[in-house]
Design a protein around this ligand. Structure first.
Ligand code: SF4
Length: 73
């Protein structure tokens, strides 16, 4: 288990996203500090690049990935 390579610049990890709530600490522990390969933000980062990660995408929102990853332009 390892930390996500995006920690330092990630708006979610650094509490910069709108709509963050009390579950964020748990999500950070579960994704950012452990299972980051399953984070929706990380998956977009890896496939499309940092600039393509939607500002409002939360780690648990893998259901949004097909639509996001389909936008390759
Ligand atoms: S696991 Fe996801 S939310 Fe956490 S630091 Fe990495 S990209 Fe950001």
């Amino acid at each position: 288990m390892a930390e996500c390579e995006c920690l330092a610049k990630c708006p979610f990890f650094n509490d910069k996203m709108q709509g963050m709530d009390g579950t964020a600490t748990m999500v950070k522990r579960r994704y950012c500090l452990d299972n980051y390969e399953n984070c929706a933000r990380y998956i977009v980062f890896k496939q499309l690049g940092r600039e393509k990660v939607p500002a409002d995408l939360f780690p648990i929102q893998k259901d949004r990935l097909p639509a996001i990853l389909a936008q390759t332009t």
